[in-house]
Design a protein around this ligand. Structure first.
Ligand code: PMP
Length: 294
C-alpha cells in the first residue's frame, strides 16, 4: 500500500512529494505545523489542532493556504487515500516560495504539505513502553506559543536524550523550572494526587491541544490540576510524571536524569488519565474539547 502525501492540492506518492528549494519553510523555518492523531478512524482533537494552526499563522502573518473547510476535506482525503485507521497526519504551512529575502514576499501564496505516518495506539503497549527523560537548558526563542518549524533547539535536546537512552528532554528555564518537553508538555503528580503543569502565560511554552483536552477531562472527573511552574528537584521527588502530546499521547515518565520516579513503573493516575484520554479521543459520538490561545 503506497503512502500518499499532499503537496499544494495534489495527492502524490510519498517518495515523490517535494517542494522548491526556495520555499521559505526550508530556508528560514518560516512556517508552522500541526500533528493530528488518527485513532480508530477518528481524527483526535482535530478542531483544536486546526484552531491552533490558524492562530500560529495569524501570529506570523502567514495566510491560510486554503479555507478551513477545504483543509478539513484535504485531511480526510489523506486518511481515505492512505487507507489506515491508526496513524499521524503531519501538516505544515510555509510562507511559500520566493527569491531568498528575509522580509515577506509580495505574494500571499502560502504552501501546504501533509504526510501520513502509521502508528499503533494499543493502550497496554503504551503503558508498558515507559519512558526516560533527561533535563537540558531551554535555549529557545521567546514565542514558544507559536508552533513553528524552527525546531533546532528541540532537535539538539532530543538528540541529547537519545544519546543517554532517553525518549524525551525536559527543558529548564534560567530559574531552574521545567518549561516543557522537546515535543510534549511536562506534568508531575504530587503525593496528594494533584497534577502539576506549567501555566501557558508569557508564551514560555506551547499550549498543547492534548493538554487542553486533559484539563477539560480532568475537570469532569474531579482530578485536580494545579497550573504552576515546578523545579527539576521537585520532579525528581514526584509520585508520578508524564508527558502529553498528540504523537505520544499520555506517556508515563519513569526516570528523570537517571533518578527513578515513584516505583519506576507507569503510575496508576497516569494510566487512568491515558485511558480517559483514549476513550475520549476514539469516541466518534463525543464532542471535541477544543483549544483556545488563552
Ligand atoms: N510542547 C511542544 C514543544 C511540542 O512540540 C508539543 C507537540 N507538538 C507539545 C508541547 C504538545 O502539544 P500537542 O498536545 O498539541 O501535541
Amino acid at each position: 500500500m503506497p503512502r500518499i502525501a499532499y503537496v499544494n492540492g495534489q495527492y502524490v506518492p510519498h517518495q515523490d512529494a517535494s517542494i522548491h528549494i526556495e520555499d521559505r519553510g526550508f530556508q528560514f523555518a518560516d512556517s508552522v505545523y500541526e500533528v493530528i492523531a488518527l485513532m480508530g478512524g477518528r481524527l483526535a482533537d482535530e478542531q483544536g489542532h486546526l484552531d491552533r494552526l490558524e492562530r500560529s499563522l495569524k501570529e506570523l502573518s502567514i495566510s491560510m493556504p486554503i479555507g478551513r473547510r477545504a483543509m478539513q476535506f484535504a485531511v480526510r482525503e489523506m486518511v481515505r487515500r492512505n487507507r489506515q485507521k491508526d496513524g499521524m497526519i503531519y501538516m505544515q504551512v510555509t510562507r511559500g516560495t520566493a527569491p531568498r529575502d528575509f522580509k515577506f514576499p509580495q505574494h500571499k501564496n502560502s504552501a501546504l504539505v501533509m504526510t501520513f505516518y502509521p502508528a499503533n495506539f494499543d493502550v497496554a503497549l503504551r503503558k508498558a513502553a515507559v519512558k526516560k527523560a533527561i533535563t537540558v537548558p531551554d535555549i529557545r526563542w521567546k514565542r514558544r506559543d507559536i508552533k513553528t518549524t524552527a525546531l533546532i533547539a528541540q532537535v539538539l535536546a532530543k538528540q541529547a536524550a537519545a544519546e543517554k537512552g532517553a525518549y524525551e528532554a525536559w527543558m529548564v528555564d534560567e530559574e531552574g523550572f521545567v518549561t516543557e518537553g522537546s515535543s510534549s508538555n511536562a506534568w508531575i503528580i504530587d503525593k496528594k494526587g494533584n497534577l502539576i503543569t506549567r501555566p501557558t502565560a508569557n508564551n514560555t511554552i506551547l499550549k498543547g491541544v492534548t493538554r487542553s483536552a486533559l484539563q477539560a477531562l480532568c475537570k469532569k472527573e474531579k482530578i485536580k490540576i494545579v497550573e504552576r511552574p515546578f523545579t527539576v528537584a521537585e520532579a525528581y521527588k514526584a509520585k508520578e510524571a508524564f508527558t502529553s502530546s498528540a504523537v505520544a499521547l499520555i506517556a508515563p515518565v519513569v526516570e528523570i536524569d537517571g533518578r527513578k520516579i515513584g516505583d519506576g513503573k507507569a503510575g496508576a493516575i497516569t494510566c487512568k488519565i491515558l485511558d480517559m484520554y483514549m476513550d475520549y479521543a476514539k469516541d466518534h459520538g463525543r464532542k471535541q474539547e477544543g483549544w483556545h490561545p488563552k
